[in-house]
Design a protein. Structure first.
Length: 341
């Protein structure tokens, strides 16, 4: 097994196949200091040098194991948490640098859908107050105009507009997530980060929410960063998929290509764990089992972070960090032996 020859230095943010990037993430880092003691505080490497680009109107899926940094990346992009270093560009505005009113007005076009519909809605507020709160905060509408906007957006997400005076506990999980989507949609945003929006829902309800988000995207020309740990859900809704492992992006590519021909060994492992509807094919498949446990983000492995569990790891993998570079047109992988598993 030999390392692949060096390719031209094209990064995900300079991908020529993306004609109109709406969001660009360049070398983004987010570290959390934890603990303490005689030798100083440790640092959690939640996000460690991420490069991404999201084209206007597309859905980029972000997938990986729990604890790999997906949700943290989403929160840093929308400025719910400050970046340790790096840049996030939204329509060429560096969100890590702007402050005050300019940031406030920019964030009006960036919204987030949260994972837990039970925890993300204030139980003491009515649905009407929850959905209209962004309108009041940004001074977009008030009074009768705000009420009309709330009723309109509730119809759009499939809720009865007569329910505006009810409280969150009176709704099912799927209905609560629709309320969360309505709240994100009411300001007519351009870009929405959906942080595992279906993981807390029943499987039958998951399909409804995913279909709703696809309908909303085509209707309002939305751009999504769709975060999930279920690769089958991500593949269904996403135009492209980014795979994350221990704070780093290890592969990016079109959804179909990721499914049919994963380049990174970790992506291959994730794909092998997705059930196939055909029972004969499922019985014939052999899932790839990883050795060992996922390393701690406090002390991640040197060079390639996957080398401690990788079935094709070679000495170079523990010595030289592979760059996330283009291996095929529109496809990026951070692996010295991409496509050889």
């Amino acid at each position: 097994m030999t390392a692949q020859p060096a390719q031209p230095s094209i990064t995900p943010t300079s991908d020529p196949t993306l004609k109109t990037p709406l969001v660009r993430v360049e070398n983004l880092v987010k570290h959390f200091p934890v603990g303490g003691g005689l030798f100083g505080r440790a640092v959690v490497h939640a996000v460690d040098g991420v490069d991404l680009a999201i084209a206007a109107g597309e859905t980029l899926g972000l997938v990986g194991e729990s604890g790999c940094g997906k949700s943290t990346l989403g929160r840093v992009i929308v400025r719910l948490q400050p970046a340790t270093s790096g840049h996030v560009y939204f329509e060429d505005i560096d969100l890590t640098k702007v402050r005050g009113e300019k940031l406030r007005r920019t964030r009006q076009r960036i919204q987030m859908i949260f994972q837990d519909p039970y925890a993300s809605l204030n139980p003491r507020m009515t649905v009407g107050d929850i959905v209209s709160e962004p309108l009041r905060n940004f001074g977009v509408a008030k009074g009768r105009k705000a009420e009309q906007k709330v009723q309109e957006v509730m119809r759009v997400v499939g809720l009865n507009p007569n329910f505006v005076n009810r409280y969150p506990h009176e709704f099912s999980g799927g209905q609560r997530q629709r309320i969360g989507i309505a709240r994100a949609l009411v300001l007519n945003p351009t870009f929405i980060v959906a942080d595992e929006p279906v993981s807390a829902l029943d499987v039958s309800i998951q399909a409804q929410i995913v279909n709703l988000m696809e309908d909303l995207q085509s209707r309002f020309n939305l751009t999504f960063l769709f975060i999930a740990h279920d690769l089958s859900v991500v593949r269904h809704i996403s135009d492209r998929v980014a795979v994350m492992y221990l704070g780093k992006i290890v592969e990016i590519g079109p959804s179909d290509s990721i499914r049919d021909k994963p380049l990174h060994p970790y992506t291959k492992v994730l794909e092998s764990s997705v059930p196939v509807p055909d029972p004969d094919l499922e019985a014939a498949r052999k899932p790839i089992l990883l050795k060992g446990e996922i390393p701690s983000p406090v002390n991640p492995p040197q060079a390639c972070r996957f080398h401690t569990r990788c079935p094709i790891a070679q000495p170079i993998c523990s010595e030289v960090e592979p760059p996330l570079e283009m291996k095929e047109t529109g496809r990026f992988a951070a692996c010295h032996f991409a496509g050889q598993l």
